[in-house]
Ligand binder design. Structure first.
Ligand code: NAD
Length: 323
């Protein structure tokens, strides 16, 4: 379904809009002629992510944990994309208190502001981390998979989902939840793909990779994730439902390393896998995406290879690597 015409003239708030996914969503909403407000405390986001959008949006620097900051942006909203969060699993295990405040207390305050101001629809950016390790024979996780998070981050995202569900029953909220699997692309300055490119920038001859290389991920390019957010946000059928968002083409970290080396066109470096990962890491994170495909007619258009090419181009423009 095309959601493109649904946003023109609408007042849309993006919490976390200066972050990686939020800034791409903001750019797209501006292009679709929405009236966009962004609330971000810049704890992880950057104003320069919004360089193109800034003349066309209302930017508010503030925290979702602050009711006054929310009172400045929520009234009159037709739609809220709630992305503001600690988005890092490792940070949630090293600083669970920070994760709790941003992700659960913050989501509670967003819900309260929606209730106070009778704002419109809410889309919550949840995560594949709510599932934990796959418990299915084929390793794929659909939306009905058991919810067994193994990191504080997965726990706060899941608690946020339950809270939104309960608010919906109690106060008749119009909400949707998305469980995002790994998204990648320009402006993401952390995690596996960025780290690999940074290591290769510093030394194209040697590459240390965290883990065994066997971890599997279901990467989605950021423009494809944004397209999914817009479809879920607009589609009447999505009301009250949860949707996986993923690329649908699982890849091992080892295969990803090979792809990056191929696309950067450098001679094959000496590669060492550390064989150890971080607490809360999930070995196989692969989505069953049939619900979003069948119910909302969504398919990623860019895909892994073209997406990695875009990422490498951006990296070259930003950091001038020797390749
Ligand atoms: P990001 O860190 O780039 O963006 C999060 C944004 O939220 C940042 O700009 C940060 O400054 C802001 N923020 C943090 N705490 C805040 C607070 N208290 N008040 C206001 N703003 C605050 O992360 P991202 O990758 O763009 O993720 C966006 C959303 O999608 C997050 O909710 C994340 O949990 C979810 N998600 C992302 C992925 C992924 O692969 N990137 C996967 C699953 C879920």
């Amino acid at each position: 379904m095309s959601s493109d015409r649904s946003y023109a003239g609408k007042t849309v708030l993006v919490t976390g809009g200066a972050g990686f996914i939020g800034s791409h969503l903001t750019d797209r909403l501006v292009a679709l002629e929405a009236r966009v407000r962004v609330l971000d405390d810049l704890s992880d986001g950057r104003e320069d992510n919004l360089a193109d959008a800034m003349p066309h949006i209302e930017f508010h620097r503030g925290s979702i944990t602050d009711p006054a900051a929310l009172d400045a942006v929520v009234p009159g909203c037709d739609m809220i994309f709630h992305l503001g969060a600690n988005a890092s699993v490792p940070r949630s295990s090293s600083q669970p208190d920070y994760d709790f405040r941003a992700n659960l207390a913050g989501t509670f305050e967003v819900l309260e502001a929606v209730r106070r101001h009778r704002a419109g629809r809410l889309l919550f950016a949840s995560s594949a981390a709510v599932y934990g390790e796959p418990q299915t024979a084929n390793g794929q996780m659909g939306e009905d998979h058991p919810l067994v998070p193994k990191s504080p981050y997965g726990g706060t995202k899941l608690a946020g989902e339950f809270m939104i569900d309960a608010y919906t029953r109690c106060y008749d909220l119009d909400h949707r939840r998305v469980r995002i699997f790994n998204t990648f692309g320009p402006r993401q300055r952390k995690y596996v793909m960025f780290d690999l490119l940074e290591k290769l920038r510093r030394d194209p001859a040697k590459l240390e990779v965290i883990g065994t290389g066997d971890q599997q991920r279901d990467y989605n390019y950021v423009a494809d994730t944004v397209a999914a957010l817009l479809v879920v946000g607009a589609h009447p059928r999505a009301r009250g439902r949860a949707y996986n968002i993923a690329g649908g083409r699982p890849v091992s970290i080892r295969a990803l390393v090979d792809l990056i080396i191929e696309l950067t066109a450098i001679p094959r470096p000496e590669i060492r896998y550390t064989m150890e990962s971080w607490p809360g890491d999930v070995v196989r994170m692969v989505a069953d995406t049939s619900r979003i495909t069948e119910e909302l007619d969504y398919k990623p258009l860019v895909g892994l290879e073209a997406g990695v090419r875009h990422l490498i181009d951006w990296h070259r423009g930003q950091f001038a690597p020797p390749w």
